[in-house]
Design a protein around this ligand. Sequence first.
Ligand code: ADP
Length: 279
Amino acid sequence: RILLTTVLNQQRESIKGIAITIQDITREVELNEAKSQFISNVSHELRTPLFNIKTYIETLHDYGEDLGIKERQEFLQTVNHETDRLTRLVNDVLDLSKLESGRNYSFDGVDLAQAIEQTLRTYQLNAKDKCVELIQEVAPNLPFVVGNYDLLVQVFGNLIGNALKFTKAGGKVAIRAYQLDSKPNQAQSPPVRIEISDTGIGIATEDQHSIFERFFRVENRVHTLEGTGLGLSIVRNIIDRHRSKVHLVSEVGVGTTFWFDLAVFEEQAAPVVVEPNTE
Ligand code: ADP
């Protein structure tokens, strides 16, 4: 779309000149449309748990005495679940808007072994409950990478959380980190590759590019109350900020691997500040 601005330089009734500015505002229009779509999606997603909470509380208030204790407990449990869902949604929306707000994050040398260890500690119990084996393979003496520690922990958490969610009992979820081999005549150190793989339900080829879109969730029976459809948008946004790209390979019924590369932190390099992604 094009915005035409004309400026007439008028002097004593005679036109001295016309200046025409042609500006391509396609991107601006697209961004505004995406923002409105996002707000409408968020409102829609918030409305469902709010409606459920209100209905259950009203029922408990009006008919609580007629209900059995088991039923009352079930109602309260649903209210509790729905409140958790609201909290997750609000947190994810806040994270995403913080990432897109233009805020500068500081980038430094990150010890991946420590970031992975910290993430896995929070998921160990979840994996045990689900009888899924959680495997960690971090190459020894891995160099530090250029990154933001907290953002990377969030990426690992989102990807491992998903991997556990979509993997059945008896399956495996693994996180690997290793440095790639250097290519001939390569001046810089080769990057570090991080892979998060699972033996879960897999993602059909036609859905593989859509899963990074906000609120996109593959239609399947595994859908529980957990999840907001924002986790992978956050992952993509953070990895973009690390000037890298998230890739995936997946096969339905076999499993999924997400991977990305991170640049090695060279001590003498100046601190890096990565500009926000305006997408
Ligand atoms: P959600 O909160 O629903 O997990 P995400 O943005 O993290 O949202 O993921 C979007 C969708 O991508 C999920 O709902 C699921 O359908 C699919 N997905 C993500 N990770 C996996 C995985 N490891 N295995 C199978 N499907 C996945």
